[in-house]
Design a protein around this ligand. Structure first.
Ligand code: NG6
Ligand code: CA
Length: 506
């Protein structure tokens, strides 16, 4: 009898589904593991901005430590050359060109992830994870008319995140406030927030009309409401107490990320830590001003690197390094002048933000989407460099495989072994997207169909990839995409066009 009640209690414990850190499987059998997962996502960090990827002028010791102690991917891609579509794709495992709303969004845009859609946090939550997002969101909030003075939903909490501490859109867009689980932080009910992307509120100064109030000057766009002396995109009134201090944003998000880790450490957790650097406006903490010798853009990269180092220190202090998988990448390629005069061009020196690649943010050339991409898991991932073709869109199926979930999407490929450094096999092909235009990467080749429109955006000074002819490049021999082989390799071109049309359903 006693024997049976022991068995009963044992079975009860087994079925209780409690997945405390101490209960996690250590991979000694085929049961899935449940490491903590931290996805660190930088904003506009280029292929060449990281030491481990060849930068010598900017020092990124903490990113390098992850890159050199984990797998450093040389063919790691975002789906897109701008933020919203890449963020949509990484969280949903779905190509952004399948969703017409997945474009750079204003701060008032509704949520573009369907609340019924599969997402990484959702699948992890189903497997017992606590899930959190800290940092830049830019996937829209609410479902139409926005009222910032009540709880804003749907948002992160409705697509799988138990906890959210975010900025709604970008640092250069209003509203310039933080939201915690849908509520504006420090909102004074007597000073309600109003936001418009159409017209100014009477009597409110703007970057266009009140240059005397500016501490940072706008170059293109960015001449609407002024917050903290910085002119923004969009108009905002009220919410004075809730407005963020730009120079404190990095510390603020870091602190929230650290608090999250400390609070959730006894359960497997997923933290999506979406850094705001080095997107404009570049506002390093005073501690980092001058740290790169390259002006604010370099300084905020040094700052972002420091933030990553501090988060790792927290993981170490909490004894979590051995069971935490860290994934680091960026949402799109680099840009120097993205709308403010901040010396990014003037002080660039010999630094190459895109490394050996052509183009940058907004571009269909490789620098738009090929980015630093690192996986790190102390004691689990053998350090190495992988040339496998991998995309952020593959994280959904791969993390599902890691935790024993059968969640999947049409576009996400299970490359778990590749991400863990156990295989060198990547995906065969990948559709790349830049401001609604698409191209194909397949094997060593990239094919860009003809597009109307300027070859170069002269404001940001980036080649966009538009041409009246097909473009075909062999990235292995010619990573800088200097030699268009469309005419000399007609068979390869045809094969690429066929594959492209098959995937795009054209
Ligand atoms: C552009 C902004 C740019 C940046 C970008 C979004 C202008 C002229 N330019 O429209 O500064 O905010 O949108 O960047 O307004 S992203 O990384 O979030 O995609
Ligand atoms: Ca971005």
């Amino acid at each position: 009898m006693i024997k049976y009640s022991f068995l009963f209690i044992f079975l009860l414990l087994l079925s209780s589904g409690c997945t405390k850190n101490s209960d996690r499987k250590q991979g000694t059998n085929s049961a899935p593991e449940k490491p903590n997962i931290i996805l660190i996502y930088a904003d506009d960090l280029g292929y060449g901005d990281v030491g481990a990827y060849g930068a010598t002028q900017i020092k990124t010791p903490n990113l390098d430590k992850l890159a050199n102690g984990g797998v450093r991917f040389t063919n790691g891609y975002a789906t897109s050359a701008t933020c919203t579509p890449s963020r949509y794709a990484i969280l949903t495992g779905t190509y952004p060109w399948r969703n017409a709303d997945a474009k750079i969004l204003p701060g008032t845009a509704p949520l573009i992830i369907d609340t019924a859609q599969m997402t990484i946090p959702k699948l992890l939550k189903e497997k017992g994870y606590h899930t959190g997002v800290v940092g830049k969101w830019h996937l829209g909030l609410g479902s139409g008319e926005m009222n910032w003075n009540v709880r804003v939903s749907p948002g992160p909490n409705e697509v799988g995140f138990d906890y959210g501490y975010i900025m709604a859109a970008t640092q250069d867009r209003v509203p310039t406030v933080y939201l915690e689980n849908g509520r504006v932080v420090n909102l004074d009910p007597n000073d309600p927030i109003e936001v418009s992307y159409d017209k100014n509120f009477p009597g409110e100064p703007t970057g266009k009309d009140n240059p005397e109030l500016l501490k940072m000057k706008w170059h293109h766009g960015h001449n609407n409401s002024i917050v903290n002396g910085i002119p923004r995109i969009g108009y905002m009134k009220g919410g004075k107490k809730a407005q963020w201090v730009d120079e404190e944003m990095a510390d603020h998000f870091l602190e929230k990320a650290q608090q999250y880790v400390k609070k959730q450490k006894d359960k497997p957790f997923f933290l999506y830590y979406a850094l705001q650097q080095p997107h404009v406006p570049r506002t390093p903490s005073p501690r980092f001003v001058g740290s790169s010798g390259m002006g604010p853009r370099g300084d905020v990269i040094v700052e972002a690197d420091w933030c990553v180092g501090e988060l790792i220190k927290t993981l170490e202090a909490e004894g979590l390094m051995d069971n935490t998988l860290i994934i680091l990448s960026s949402d799109n390629g680099p840009v120097l002048n993205d709308g403010y005069y901040d010396d990014a061009e003037e002080k660039i020196g010999s630094h190459k933000p895109a490394g050996k690649l052509r183009g940058g943010k907004y571009s269909l050339f490789d620098a738009g989407t090929r980015l630093p991409f690192i996986t790190y898991w102390k004691g689990k991932i053998k350090p190495g460099v992988s040339d496998a073709l991998v995309c952020q869109i593959d994280l959904l199926a791969s993390l599902a495989a890691l935790v024993g979930s059968n969640a999947k999407t049409v576009d996400s490929e299970n490359l778990l072994d590749t991400f863990l450094g156990k295989s060198t096999v990547g995906r065969q092909e990948l559709i790349l997207e830049a401001t609604s235009r698409t191209a194909l990467r397949k094997g060593d080749w990239a094919m860009i169909p003809p597009y109307k429109g300027p070859a170069r955006n002269n404001e940001v000074k980036i080649e966009l990839g538009n041409s009246s002819d097909y473009q075909l490049y062999n990235l292995k021999n010619d990573p800088g995409q200097t030699s268009n082989l469309a005419k000399t390799e007609p068979e390869k071109l045809k094969e690429m066009i066929d594959t492209y049309q098959k995937i795009r359903g054209a």
